[in-house]
Design a protein around this ligand. Structure first.
Ligand SMILES: *[C@@H]1O[C@H](CO)[C@@H](O)[C@H](O)[C@H]1NC(C)=O
Ligand SMILES: *[C@@H]1O[C@H](CO)[C@@H](O)[C@H](O)[C@H]1NC(C)=O
Ligand SMILES: *[C@@H]1O[C@H](CO)[C@@H](O)[C@H](O)[C@H]1NC(C)=O
Length: 211
């Protein structure tokens, strides 16, 4: 695995609006990331995961594994992707998409994604398999998904969501609360996810936010 770029500045994309359903009991935290991006790895391993246990009743985690990629659909309907850190990154993102598709709940999903993002190579299927199996995901279902069109369809949906964020996503990871991008919260999330999230949690303020 080689980290070609430390900066994950997104330059391409389609301009459109994202609609979100806001629910006043939890904050929806959408995480636009990609598996070989050091900033994404850092956010998930050092911000999301360490704070998750304290925040989990107050947040709805929405993983969007796609990042600074692009996609095209052929006339026959098959997808081609280009990922920032090359084909390996597309492969790793597809494996995550296939695992998330099992819908095993956000506690499991957070553990799984954290495990994968802590691997020596988050795009290596052999390493991903350990994370999946250890967290109760069905590996044969994941590989069947990966080897079928399903993986591309799932990645393309994450792609459409990513490319449709308004304003256009420039940095990966981008963290969006309740569907509304805010540059201050984006910046704060990368070093103080707890504080950024607490500022969005509806009252009554949980103890974890009072410290
Ligand atoms: C959520 O908002 C609705 C309408 O604004 C309100 O009726 C309801 O009591 C709120 N629920 C909570 C848990 O705050
Ligand atoms: C995984 O899913 C397949 C297909 O649904 C099923 O046959 C198999 O028993 C499952 N494996 C495990 C370990 O649950
Ligand atoms: C957010 O961080 C970027 C990069 O460090 C910086 O250029 C920008 O001014 C910051 N924006 C805000 C609103 O703090």
């Amino acid at each position: 695995m080689n980290f070609i770029s430390v900066s994950c500045l997104l330059l391409c994309g389609v301009f459109a609006c994202v609609h979100s359903i806001s629910d006043n009991t939890t904050v929806r935290v959408s995480i636009y990331y990609e598996c070989l991006c050091p900033d994404s790895i850092n956010f998930i391993n050092n911000q999301l995961y360490p704070n998750y246990q304290n925040l989990k009743d107050k947040i709805t985690v929405d993983f969007v594994p796609y990042g600074k990629a692009s996609q095209t659909k052929s006339s026959e309907g098959s997808w081609t992707f280009r990922c920032q850190h090359g084909p390996d990154e597309c492969r790793g993102n597809k494996y995550q998409a296939c695992a998330l598709d099992q819908k095993r709940g956000q506690d499991n999903d957070v553990k799984l994604v954290n495990c994968i993002m802590a691997l020596a190579d988050p795009s290596d299927p052999d390493e991903i398999k350990d994370c999946a199996v250890n967290n109760g995901y069905n590996w044969s279902t994941i590989t069947t998904c990966y080897e079928s069109n399903r993986a591309s369809e799932l990645l393309a949906l994450y792609g459409q969501r990513t490319l449709n964020v308004s304003p256009k996503i420039r940095f990966i990871p981008t963290i969006i609360f309740d569907g509304q991008f805010d540059q201050d919260l984006q910046n704060e999330s990368l070093y103080n996810f707890l504080g950024a999230t607490c500022s969005k949690i509806p009252k009554p303020t949980p103890d974890v936010c009072k410290g």
